[in-house]
Each structure stands twice: as C-alpha cells, then as structure tokens.
Design a protein around this ligand. Structure first.
Ligand SMILES: NC(=O)C1=CN([C@@H]2O[C@H](COP(=O)(O)OP(=O)(O)OC[C@H]3O[C@@H](n4cnc5c(N)ncnc54)[C@H](O)[C@@H]3O)[C@@H](O)[C@H]2O)C=CC1
Ligand SMILES: O=C(O)CCC(=O)C(=O)O
Length: 488
C-alpha cells in the first residue's frame, strides 16, 4: 500500500462520521494521464469497518423509512443543489482520477444532479394501488415498502452517475445504503458522499466504505444484514456477487458487460453512421458498457463507409482530459491499458487486419499516461476473440455482411445483449431489427451509447440479471410489495 503524503487522504463515512479504517492503511488513487500523480489516498477498509457501516445503516433504516417520501425527497433535492454547486470541482476530480474528458465529466455530473431531482420527485408519487376485493366491505391495496440495507457496488467508468442512479432510488423508497465504490474512482465517490452529508442526510443513512472488492464488495454480498445488493461491473465479479447474495436469500441486481453492435445498412445516411460509430465506440476511450465495439456493415457500402471512418478517426486528438482540445483521454488505469494492448495483440494473432491505431500516441507529454490510439480492425469474423469479448477500450471491429438479416444474426451471435443500433432508412429493416435483436437498449439511427435517466436501463442475456435500473423501473428493485386487506 503506498500512501502519498502530498495528496489528500479521504476517510470512510460511517454513521455520519468521516473516519479512518481500522487497518491504518490507505490505497493511492492515481491519475491515468500521469501515473506519477496521486489524486488522493483512500481507506483500505477491513471487514470490521464494513460491519460498523452495515450496523449503522440497519439502525438508521428504522427512522429513515418513517419519514414521508416528500421529506426524503426534500433532502435529495438539497443533495442535487449541492452537487450542482460543486459540479466543476467534482468533474475535475473525475477527469484527474479516471481520465474521461472534462466536458464528459461535467455532463455526467450534471446528469447526477438530474437523477437526484428525478428521484426526489418520486417521493411524492404513488407507492401502491387499490385492488377491488371480492368482499365488498373490505379495502384491499398494495403498498411498496423498503428492502432495508442496500449494498451499492460500483465501477470506475461513471463515478458519479452510476452511484447516484443506484443510491437515489434506494434512499427515496426508504432504504439505507452502504456504498463501496471502485478504488480507481473512490476520491470522486468521497466528494459525492460529501454532498449527501452537507444536505443533512441523517447519520447512518448513507455510509461509504472504500477498499478491495474481494474484502468489502464480497463482504456486502455475504452479509445477512444486507438485504439487497446492486452492482455494476465485470461479468465475472457480477456472477459471483449474484450467487453469494442468492445463496443467503438476498435480492440482487447486476449490470455487466456488453459487446454492442452497430449495423450500417446500405440505405442509411453514411455520414451519420460514421459519426455514431466514432462517438458510440470511442468516446470515454471505449469504457462504457454501452459502447459500440462491432461495426457490421453491408458489403455494397463497406468501402465508402470505411474510407470516411478512417478520415474521421484521424482527426481524433488523444490527450489529457483536462486539455480543451482533447477528444479522447487515457485508459482509466494500468490494468485497463494492459487489457486493451492484450486484445490488440490477440486480434492480430487471430488474423484480423489492423487498419488504424493499435499503438500509443508518440507525443512527449503523454508518455507518463495510459494513452492508446483509437484502433480499428477489419476482416473480423464472429469466432474471433475481439468479436466476442468485452474489451472496454477504443477498439472497433469492422465486419462485412451482404444483408440486414445476416447482420442481425451476426449481431446476436454473442453472449451479451445490452445495447444495439441500426442505421437504415428502410422501415422493414428497422422493424425486423426491433423485433429480432437481442438487446435491452434498441437504438435506431442513433449510437449504441446514451441512456436517459427516466427510461428503464439494462440488458438481455449475460449483460444483466434481467432487472432494470433507472426511471420507474428502479422501484421494482428497491422496494418489495405488501398486499394489505382491511376489514372494519
Ligand atoms: N459494465 C460496466 O459498466 C463495467 C464493466 N467493466 C468490465 O470489467 C472489466 C474489469 O474492470 P474492473 O474495474 O476490474 O471491474 P470489477 O467488476 O472488478 O469491479 C467493479 C466493482 O466491483 C468490485 N469488486 C471487485 N472484485 C470484487 C469481488 N470479488 N467481490 C465483490 N466486489 C468486487 C470493485 O471493487 C468495483 O467496485 C473491464 O475491463 C470491463 O470489461 C468494468 C467497469 C464497468
Ligand atoms: O451509456 C451510458 O450512459 C451508461 C453506460 C453504463 O452504464 C456503463 O458503462 O456502465
């Protein structure tokens, strides 16, 4: 464990108090644009720390759930205002900590504000239905009630939006939270939790415990006082969490990987499709579960599409996300950088043709960061590893097909089913795509990435545990239903 004394050390937040871990150890969170810069040190927490947080959350739930939805909503409105007032600082921390460009980080933080306001409003909306009883003198109704303590385990790629789209609905419906963020974004997470503290969220209602996934994340999954766990991250970790929570009868929700296709049909607006492949595939350095990674193009327009794509990709400026002319920042960590390099090598070895990138930018200012150039392969077939596995990097695989039917079959030929898009002006192709594509997010003439907070979000197949997040769908996960029968 390295502690950099020059960088600030961030504490856990347990029962309304910022406190050190009982381990007396911290973990450094590095700037991926400059691997020598420590953005902050976070607590390397122990199971003892976690136990204290879970018990605080359990205790706090008794009075938190007794507040009216409107009262809880007022507190979330306040969190939203405080986050908005601190937007620039939090966005800058995000860029420093995980590399996405400052405009993207600001956009994400503003989205966090909007999500908080959306769920604050939910506090005033209905939590049940009156159902006619067969007994005419009885009143029967359903009432949604909180689950109890919710464990929130989040990744580094959306360090503000993902924690907030899990914590805000958990809280508004009366649950309390123990939040374990990815270490690569834990400083940003601490700043988000500060907004909840400043808004007057009562002690124990939200708790932050940083540390290793195998200790704190698994500890949440295993603990019988944690009634539900919501997770976003890799498939491997997600599946383990799901089985651990299920084994003790808890509720779980997993949002995991994608291998999202964009189909480019011969009748489409090619320039729009090129822009969508670039924006959907390479923004955030390809580190979104909704990123386009397979570009499936009809053969009659393949050469034109490829030529325009190569022209546009050549204009991309890779650099530090804080620089105003940077379009694409670094990979978020050394591990992520190594993963991208590994997949580029596998692509070459398996016979795909590398037609752009695959290397690092050569500028002196970028040597200390985890930068890679945007990368394009062609001649990719469905059996290749780079057509099947989530890379989570700026790598596009071009695949050629003769018909839209063939394109849809190819698009479905992966274990994932998160997001998928088609570019076409033909209504028959569009309708077939809507019906036949195996994806939770179906996008027509629009890139695969892009999520609206008021709509259900989640995937089919191995991409999720089949529940949905965000919008009204969140109510399904964060509450359970009582059916009440009243007779005078
Ligand atoms: N679907 C998505 O949005 C994301 C997908 N990924 C995928 O996962 C790959 C690896 O990224 P990682 O950051 O390592 O993801 P990860 O799945 O290891 O980490 C996600 C969260 O789970 C926690 N965690 C790790 N091991 C755990 C364990 N054994 N028990 C409980 N919690 C645990 C982490 O600390 C973090 O908070 C990426 O290359 C990408 O393919 C990563 C981040 C987000
Ligand atoms: O595309 C988005 O805005 C959300 C993506 C996401 O949830 C993720 O990458 O984990």
């Amino acid at each position: 464990m390295s502690t950099n004394v020059a960088a600030k050390t961030y504490m856990n937040y347990v029962n309304g108090v910022w406190k050190e871990s009982t381990s007396n150890e911290t973990i450094a969170s590095y700037n991926p644009a400059n691997k020598h810069e420590v953005v902050g040190n976070v607590q390397n927490s122990t199971r003892e720390d976690l136990e204290e947080a879970i018990q605080a959350a359990k205790q706090a739930e008794k009075s938190w759930k007794k507040l009216s939805g409107a009262e809880r909503g007022n507190i979330l409105f306040s969190v939203a205002n405080i986050l908005e007032n601190n937007l620039d600082e939090i966005a800058e921390t995000m860029t420093n900590e995980m590399g996405k460009t400052l405009p993207e980080a600001k956009g994400e933080t503003a989205r966090g504000v909007a999500i908080l306001r959306y769920y604050a409003g939910e506090g005033m909306r209905k939590v049940g239905d009156v159902i006619p009883s067969t007994d005419s003198s009885a009143l029967m109704f359903s009432k949604r009630v909180p689950l109890g303590v919710v464990g929130v385990i989040t990744p580094w790629n959306f360090p503000v939006a993902i924690p907030i789209w899990k914590m805000a609905p958990a809280l508004i419906y009366g649950n309390t939270v123990v939040f374990k963020p990815a270490t690569e974004a834990a400083v940003t997470a601490a700043k988000v939790v500060e907004c909840f503290e400043k808004a007057g969220v009562p002690e124990g209602v939200i708790n932050l415990v940083t540390g290793k996934g195998s200790v704190i994340g698994q500890g949440l999954a295993d603990h019988s006082d944690v009634n539900a766990v919501t997770f976003t991250g890799s498939n491997q970790v997600g599946k383990n969490i799901g089985s651990s929570v299920a084994a003790r009868g808890g509720k779980y929700q997993l949002e995991m990987g994608g291998k999202n296709p964009i189909i480019v049909a011969e009748d489409c607006d090619i320039d729009l499709a090129v822009d969508a492949a670039i924006s959907g595939g390479l923004k955030s350095t390809g580190q979104k579960c909704t990123c386009s990674s397979r570009v499936i193009v009809q053969s009659s327009i393949y050469d034109t599409f490829k030529e325009r794509l190569l022209q546009k990709v050549a204009e991309i400026k890779v650099g530090n996300g804080l620089d105003s002319d940077t379009w694409m920042g670094p990979c978020a960590s050394e591990g992520q950088y190594n993963t991208v390099r590994k997949y580029v090598q596998i692509g070459i070895e398996e016979g795909a043709q590398l037609i752009y990138g695959g290397d690092e930018p050569q500028s002196d200012g970028l040597r200390n960061g985890y930068f890679v150039n945007p990368t394009i392969f062609e001649g990719v077939t469905s059996s290749m590893t780079i057509a099947q596995e989530e890379i989570f990097g700026p790598v596009l695989a071009l695949m050629k097909v003769d018909t839209v039917e063939e394109a849809i079959d190819l698009a479905n030929d992966v274990e994932y089913g998160l997001s998928a898009s088609i570019f076409s002006k033909n209504i028959d192709s569009i309708l077939s795509f809507i019906d036949d594509i195996e994806a939770g997010l179906v996008r027509i003439n629009s890139e695969t990435a892009g999520v609206e907070l008021q709509a259900p979000f989640g995937g089919m197949k191995a991409s999720s545990s089949h529940s949905r997040e965000q919008g009204e769908a969140a109510k399904e996960f964060f509450t359970t239903v009582k059916t009440v029968f009243v007779k005078g």
